[in-house]
Design a protein around this ligand. Sequence first.
Ligand code: NAD
Length: 257
Amino acid sequence: MTPRIGIAGASGRMGRLVAEEARARGLPIAGGICRPEEAGAVPAGVALLPGIAALAAAADVVIDFTHASTIPAHAGAIAAAGCGWVLGTTGLAAADEAAIAAAAARAPVVRAANFSTGVALVLELAARLAAALPAEGYDAEILEMHHRQKVDAPSGTALALGAAVAAARGQDLAAVAESGRHGATGARKPGAIGFAALRGGQIVGEHSLLFTSGAEQITLTHRAFDRRAFAEGALRAALWLRARPAGLYGMADVLAG
Ligand code: NAD
């Protein structure tokens, strides 16, 4: 069955592209939601629905690129409707993670801080490198750059890279993360995972993970030139999701087929 796609954030940079890519694939768009003041930016032909409950009832899969503040309401509506949820919103708090887990107990959810195929592969490579390079000898640092409108830092993708490194090294990311160093910081702590966030212009998304020892450096870099990479991945996830039972999945599951 061809899934009907609902677009949460239909007026946004990502939502508009999701609509374009869904149309290009011949997928029906059940409707969209956005902030009322942005209704004029919703693509022509996408029906604006009154809220997330109406969207979740009308769609088989909701593709969601909105804002962290929407998570409690969106998770509740998805759980009530039991429809699929492809969640790309970043900048979430711990309480949001619990709400997503509760929704995933009742509905199939694919969540990724970055829906591009390239980043999914970089995350796998990051884990392999981190497992092979001891934390005491190889300092892990993550650098990300994004457009000036981005509202959260470090980016969700940078945090996902940090989580992949920490998990492979048996560390708790929250305990070893060092973010936004400034002033008399003292020497770098052994085993720390460092984050630096740069903002400017219209950079779509750049991430580098560096492992540096006293003798060598290994760098993994991903550059997104076009948000279409994320929209395509989100639609791939939506098509994959329609036949799945309730649960929380990631892009690695989608790519594994
Ligand atoms: P944007 O500001 O261009 O669009 C945000 C959209 O969400 C708008 O349509 C806005 O009206 C809507 N929105 C905001 N608050 C809302 C609310 N309370 N109720 C209903 N709609 C609401 O942002 P964007 O660049 O499209 O990014 C959106 C989110 O997706 C951000 O969190 C961003 O970091 C994330 N993102 C994730 C990926 C990924 O691959 N996972 C890629 C790009 C962006």
